[in-house]
Ligand binder design. Structure first.
Ligand SMILES: Cc1cc2nc3c(=O)[nH]c(=O)nc-3n(C[C@H](O)[C@H](O)[C@H](O)COP(=O)(O)OP(=O)(O)OC[C@H]3O[C@@H](n4cnc5c(N)ncnc54)[C@H](O)[C@@H]3O)c2cc1C
Length: 418
């Protein structure tokens, strides 16, 4: 009888692992605690604005290859859409200045072109970013880079704030370095902004479930793992309450749950326990055609505006300061900024504010150093999730890579037997 790999958690990490393993002879069973697969990467119907929205606006860059590999594997290679070139329109709300950053493909000559680079910067400023190429594991970005000036305020801050979800000077320099190496350093081809136009569930979750079903994998919803029993260096039993699963000698388990849940399930595991929040605002309004799909704001509460069909949505990263602001007050503040940035004269449209307190682990050097690898001390138990040691901040790309890595390790016994 085929061995079984049990995957705990149907977020992107768990689903990426499941999709990889579904190609092998192993039987794959995904166990998800809630009734909704996708974890932090999913859509839901929001009554306040009467539309389906994502639990958070998600931006992916074209250099995020594991996310795209996952999309292709589930038969939805076109899941994400975006402009053909890496163009980022910005507005500085303090000065009213507007510009578009245009990162060319190939060698970075855009930094020598005033019409493409950040206004107020010189080509020489960009060379300073090379300091990020070699940084210590315990360094904060603020220890390595001068976090002031036009290049920082108008490019590095918005990019790194979005990627790390932490005020960049406090962030782990190694994570900032990884983001830079995989995006800006590779030129426009790696920096095209991509979004799930019709929602994250439509792009990733529904096709993944359909694909897994077609491959004979099982996804059990409302099946929360309560505890794992261990015996002689192996995980031996999965405790789902009324349902107990005894693991056979060559069965394996991938724990792909959030950091706090993993620490509760796996004895002795050290994981990041600090978080940063993200706030999203959604406004039900048809954007005029001149409004770009993605726009960055400087000197504003709002970080980014995304134009979807019939809706403008806003992302504010590292938003802990906004968690207790009254919702209506926050909606007014953000809408005023959106109206100025887009030139829309309308008063506040129907709106929704979504604040996710535990959006990502806090990407400080100290928390980053707590991230465990995919292997555990138990030979048949592996870890996945955006909080594991992927070398990247907590992102869809990190989650997908962690799932792929855990799948590779869980597949090793089969390779040995082959
Ligand atoms: C508001 C917001 C905005 C974001 N924006 C971006 C962005 O723009 N770009 C980007 O790349 N990333 C973004 N992210 C981060 C991205 O969503 C996450 O990195 C990614 O979805 C994490 O996937 P995961 O599978 O590691 O974890 P999760 O999505 O948290 O999945 C874990 C799953 O495990 C389940 N689970 C928990 N405990 C148990 C149990 N005991 N038994 C069974 N199942 C269990 C959970 O219910 C959940 O479904 C954003 C996140 C948020 C919250």
């Amino acid at each position: 009888m085929a061995r079984t790999v049990h995957i705990i958690g149907a977020g992107l990490a768990g689903l990426a692992a499941a999709v990889k393993l579904a190609r092998t002879p192993a039987k794959v069973v995904v166990h998800e605690a809630t009734a909704y697969p996708g974890g932090r990467c999913r859509s839901y119907f929001d009554r306040a604005i009467g539309m389906t929205i994502d639990n958070g606006n998600h931006l992916v860059l074209s250099g995020n290859h594991a996310v795209q590999e996952f999309a292709a594997a589930i038969g939805n290679a076109d899941a994400l859409v975006g402009p053909a070139t890496a163009d980022f329109p910005f507005i500085d709300l303090a000065s009213g200045e507007r510009w578009t950053l245009r990162i060319n493909d190939g060698l970075p000559w855009w930094i020598f072109d005033k019409a493409r680079r950040v206004p107020g910067t010189a080509a020489f400023d960009y060379l300073k970013v090379a300091r990020l190429l070699r940084v210590a594991d315990d360094a904060r970005l603020g220890d390595v880079l001068d976090c002031s000036g036009a290049l920082y305020d108008r490019l590095l801050r918005p990019v790194l704030l979005a990627a790390l979800n932490i005020d960049p000077p406090q962030g782990a320099a190694v994570l900032a370095s990884a983001v830079m190496r995989e995006t800006l350093a590779l030129g426009g081809k790696a920096c095209r902004p991509l979004i799930a136009r019709d929602g994250l569930s439509h792009a990733f979750i529904e096709p993944a479930l359909k694909h897994l079903k077609g491959q004979g994998a099982e996804v059990r919803l409302e099946h929360e793992l309560r505890a794992i029993a261990f015996d002689g260096g192996r995980a031996s039993r999965l405790d789902f309450g009324a349902d107990q699963i005894e693991l056979k000698a060559d069965d394996a388990v991938i724990v792909a749950v959030p950091t706090h849940a993993a620490a509760a399930l796996v004895p002795g595991l050290t994981t990041p326990q600090g978080y940063r929040s993200i706030a999203n605002a959604h406004f039900k309004i048809d954007a005029p055609p001149h409004v770009p799909p993605i726009q960055g704001l400087i000197n504003a509460t709002t970080d980014w505006i995304f134009a979807f069909e019939g809706r403008l949505s806003v992302t504010i990263s590292s938003a802990d300061r906004l968690m207790d602001v009254p919702r209506a007050e926050l909606a007014e503040t953000i809408w005023n900024e959106v109206a100025r940035a887009t030139g829309i004269a309308a008063s506040l449209p129907p709106w929704q504010i979504v604040r996710e307190r535990r959006a990502t682990f806090a990407a400080t050097p100290a928390e980053n150093l707590k991230r465990p690898g995919a292997r555990t001390q138990w030979e048949n138990l592996f870890l996945a999730g955006d909080w594991t040691a992927t070398g990247l901040p907590a992102t869809l790309e990190g989650a997908a890579r962690s799932g792929h890595r855990a799948a590779e390790l869980a597949n090793e016994p089969i390779k040995r037997a082959a």
